[in-house]
Design a binder for this molecule. Structure first.
Ligand code: DQA
Length: 144
């Protein structure tokens, strides 16, 4: 099993970006910790892009290859209908999508209280720092 773990804009700067909100781990640290939490036959394919088009292309790839997706859409969570429409194709194809967030957006600014992605996600895990990712991949592994 391959799990695509996709990360949106600014998440390449984890570790130095607002550590009091997002923690001190880098995205590479998060990849190492989730790779260590899954069985040996599971591959974690973690990617990050600041580019909406690239993220949409990766979701199309997941639809075509039927790969489960763990997605932190970052700021696109709140307004990218294009990413939502891509993610809807996962739902249509019966491919699981777990939306994750490091922080709990509901405790933050009002613009973060809306997710345009959640309506097409299998489920959402938010507020547990890098453990949000770990719990998401564990769920995918248990349900593959
Ligand atoms: C985030 C929350 C978003 O509101 C924000 O734009 C991010 C990160 C999180 O993981 O907590 O970039 O998705």
């Amino acid at each position: 099993t391959t799990i695509l773990v996709l990360n949106g804009p600014n998440l390449g700067r984890l570790g130095t970006r607002e550590p009091e909100v997002y923690g001190s781990e880098s995205l590479a640290d998060i990849r190492d910790s989730i790779a260590g939490a899954v069985p040996d036959d599971v591959e974690i394919d973690l990617r990050q892009s600041d580019d909406e088009a690239e993220l949409i292309g990766w979701i199309h790839e997941a639809v075509d290859r039927k790969l489960p997706v763990v997605l932190n859409p970052a700021a696109f969570t709140h307004y990218s209908y294009a990413l939502r429409d891509a993610a809807a194709q996962l739902k249509q194809a019966g491919v699981p999508l777990v939306e994750v967030h490091l922080s709990n957006p509901h405790t933050r600014e009002t613009f973060r209280h809306t997710s345009v992605i959640s309506g097409v996600a299998t489920g959402v895990i938010a507020g547990f720092g890098s453990d949000s990712y770990r719990m998401a991949v564990e769920w995918v592994v248990r349900n593959r």
